[in-house]
Design a protein around this ligand. Sequence first.
Ligand SMILES: [Zn+2]
Length: 475
Amino acid sequence: MSRLSPFAGRVAVCGVVLAAGLVPLAARSASAGGAVVAIAARPQGDGFWTATSDGGVLPSGAAPNLGSMAGRALAAPIVGLASTVDGNGYWLLGRDGGIFSFGDAAFYGSTGGMRLNQPVVGMAATPTGQGYWFVAADGGIFSFGDAAFYGSTGGLRLNQPIAGMAAAPTGRGYWLVARDGGIFAFGNAPFYGSTGSLQLGAPVVGMTATSDGSGYWFVASDGGIFAYGDAPFAGSAAGAATSGPIVGMAAHPGGGYWLAEASGADFPYGVSPVPGGATQTSCGYVPPTPAYNTSYGFERDPNNGATMRWDPRTTIHYVIDPNGAPTDVEGVVQSAVGTAAQVSGLQFAYDGTYDSAADPGPAGSPLRFRWANLGAGTEGGRADYSWVYTPGGNNELIAAVVNVNTASSLAPDYSNGASEGTLVLHELGHALGLGHASDSSQIMNAVLSPSGPTGYGPGDRDGLWHQGPAAGCLN
Ligand SMILES: [Zn+2]
């Protein structure tokens, strides 16, 4: 579907571009840059970041893109990542204990200039966000800001090196986990159990605590999950068709977790990108019901007239071709996707950039954003999409490309009603199965004008909500 020029009063010719085809989806995608080494959830539970060894940061869901060390020379590879308490910042941790702060994350010190006995392997932030701990492979602990020292295994002889750590929600203790599943609890962090006496098939690579600190999980490189205390077992990647080792896990406040694979794939278990107020269903987390508003429409299959949507049980992986796009293209697109995720309850994961000229259809990333010359005129953009007929007789969206016309002049942000941001919101709406709204105060109106909305309106929001798990599973 197409979108209009930034000039008020022009009439849009919305060429319907539909492609009913069968595009098989490959399993999962690989990230751009180096291997993924760490994952951190936003405390709100509406998204997470993964970090790559070369300093890249890949946001997913509503997690904002706040910068990275990608393309910069690092003294040591990245090994850790932690979110600030409000989810608007994060720290990247190097193997040498060097720390890099983004967003509202503050710098409280590092061991970057020290000579360490053992490399740093992980970190945890305090619940205030005003401090953090690092742990080294020998269990040595380094405390900064308001993080206090409660003990370490630095003086012990460990059977296996330390693989990760988690902070108690009180901030007055922490757990360390070794590669053999041994747990070391310090301060007021209770011991709930360990695999220390079991023979594991694969080493433990990370751990995370439940939100109330009455339990914890740890994960092995084969995707095996070990749950203790009140930590529920919500599934594991052990035996799943993974394309590389699992490198870490992050908890969702609802009791689920995400596992991160070195290849860049992520595996959600019992999680949702939706913040508080969501209702868990077997088809996903349904966000709070938006204000009733009928100013929305649906894309329809010309063969049977039926609407179409994505299966809410799948995570929609997406990529961005930055060629020809505004400088902050990742910020523009991720903001749009994050909003759509929060409103609809659909889950998204950002897979990084791609080159649509070299590979128009990266396997495993069915949602693609690109800037292309669609010709001068009134067309601001277009969304192409593909769907299949499910065994249950529904139309399931399986791939979509959002095209932004480089021949149209759009503000490179969300600054007015005719910007790259609002155009991406509009075409993303089509890519999620929304049609045009007759109401000019909605983003899904066929005409984009400088006096138009700068974000999804109430009709857009109600429409998107109906395209997510609120509509049930897609069978
Ligand atoms: Zn349109």
